[in-house]
Write a protein that binds this ligand. Structure first.
Ligand SMILES: Cc1cc2nc3c(=O)[nH]c(=O)nc-3n(C[C@H](O)[C@H](O)[C@H](O)COP(=O)(O)OP(=O)(O)OC[C@H]3O[C@@H](n4cnc5c(N)ncnc54)[C@H](O)[C@@H]3O)c2cc1C
Length: 410
């Protein structure tokens, strides 16, 4: 296997980078550790109401279909880079590829395994894919707990839990790190009651609920009548070590709220915020439109607890500093973007972290501190989908320049 660029991470950044490189005539291999491509965006709902809300989620489907058709892009799922060595100006990488634990030829989609699995989310259907997968991260076996319930119940014998893997060696001239981000873990903020208080969920969970349409399950078995969003959970917060704006959360909550209003006009919506950030083009218009449907309260709630009937009660200080309480059927914590451990081999040269803990880059925004190694997308700092695609386009042009210079022996 010989490709010019190794892309680590098959989220929207890795996919759009592979496509841009392909258009420039540069071949690439994407190594994705999950069993499917797409990263976080694969869980997002389309937020269109009567009109497109420009959330960007559909760009994933577009890039997925382009890279699947591109002849000079190889896709490797369930794979990680096991070791990396420098060979002159090139890099030699050993890639560990695990076999899918559900044999798609045998699986007849009966759903029995989903019903018996003891861990929520360990078996799942990603967006844009009708096949069932086992999550390498959530399956009990991945944390060393022996469990064979799904394999035992499967009438087709389609579940093969034994670890089967192969090693693939590749030599490449450049590497792009597109390993993305982690969502802020809201259990770190005990005061917001997640996951202790029923009805308190994260914005990622709401997005996924709206995609699959199962709204009731998260809110006491009924469609909620009132929903509050709490902004800046794990953003702009020096005490959490996240003293930066995640850039996407205001747009995300407003779009989700408008989508809910469009589908369920009777639901009352409230957004608690510190500042509404307007990073996107024409966001001021989105905000204007939202203000007629949504109640905006400028306050950072101090606590969320259950009332006598179990519903989430939000405690906050109003403009006149008086302590106030409001009861909702559902509270959505708008979680921010935090650095993810890129989980790369120790031999990876040159990598450094920027002030906020993301992978550092030099002034041009994509050089990762060693000739031939680049970083793009949310691995380098908080970004929207469109900003990730723009960053990938920049990375593609810098990789091309680098490869051209290498060819000339410079
Ligand atoms: C709550 C929430 C809602 C959001 N909603 C929107 C929205 O509506 N619109 C918008 O524009 N943006 C939104 N965003 C931002 C959006 O999620 C990011 O812009 C986008 O996911 C970043 O893409 P990425 O490819 O850089 O990273 P990711 O989506 O994180 O993808 C990275 C990929 O790399 C893989 N990976 C990681 N480490 C390795 C490794 N060592 N080896 C191999 N593979 C690896 C991961 O499995 C993953 O597939 C939202 C973010 C949050 C937190």
């Amino acid at each position: 296997m010989k490709k010019e660029t190794l892309i680590i991470g098959g989220g929207i950044t890795g996919l759009s980078l592979a496509w841009e490189l392909s258009c420039l005539g540069i071949s690439s291999t994407i190594v994705e550790k999950a069993p499917f491509m797409g990263g976080h965006v694969s869980n997002f709902a389309c937020k269109a109401t009567q009109t497109c809300q420009k959330c960007g989620a559909c760009q994933l489907e577009d890039y997925l279909s382009k890279v699947h058709k591109a002849e000079n892009v190889d896709l490797m799922v369930s794979s990680t880079v096991d070791s990396l060595t420098q060979n002159g100006r090139d890099f030699k990488a050993m890639i560990l590829q695990r076999k899918s634990m559900i044999v798609s030829d045998k699986c007849d989609d009966c759903g029995l395994c989903l019903k018996v699995c003891p861990v929520e989310g360990a078996l799942f259907y990603p967006a844009f894919d009708s096949r069932l997968y086992i999550s390498n991260e959530k399956c009990l076996n991945s944390i060393g707990v022996h469990c064979e319930i799904c394999a035992q119940i499967c009438p087709q014998g389609a579940v093969e839990l034994q670890e089967k893997s192969r090693e693939v060696e590749t030599e490449v001239a450049s590497i792009a790190i597109c390993t993305g981000f982690s969502p802020y873990d809201p259990t770190q903020k005990l005061k917001f009651g997640y996951p202790r208080v029923p009805g308190v969920i994260t914005s990622l969970e709401l997005d996924s609920i709206l995609r699959t349409g199962n709204f009731q399950s998260a809110a006491f078995g009924e469609t909620p009548k009132s929903i509050a969003f709490i902004q800046c959970v794990g953003s702009r917060d020096p005490r959490s070590g996240t003293n930066y704006c995640s850039q996407i959360c205001c747009g995300v909550s407003i779009r989700l709220a408008r989508l809910i209003k469009n589908r369920y006009p009777d639901i009352n919506l409230t957004i608690f915020y510190m500042d509404i950030q307007t990073f996107e083009r024409e966001f001021d218009r989105t905000l204007d439109r939202a203000q007629s449907d949504i109640n905006f309260i400028r306050a950072m709630p101090s606590e969320i607890h259950s009332d006598e009937d179990g519903f989430p009660r939000v405690v906050y200080h109003g403009g006149d500093e008086t302590r106030q309480m409001a009861l909702f059927d559902m509270v959505v914590l708008s979680v921010g973007i935090v650095p993810r451990d890129p989980d790369l081999p120790g031999s990876f040269p040159g990598l450094w972290k920027n002030r906020d803990g993301f992978i550092g880059s030099d002034d041009n925004g994509v050089d990762a501190g060693h000739p031939g190694i680049f970083v793009a997308g949310a691995a380098q700092g908080p970004k929207s989908i469109s900003a990730c695609v723009s960053h990938a386009i920049l990375a593609a042009s810098q990789i091309k320049r680098y490869l051209d210079r290498t060819m000339r022996g410079e």
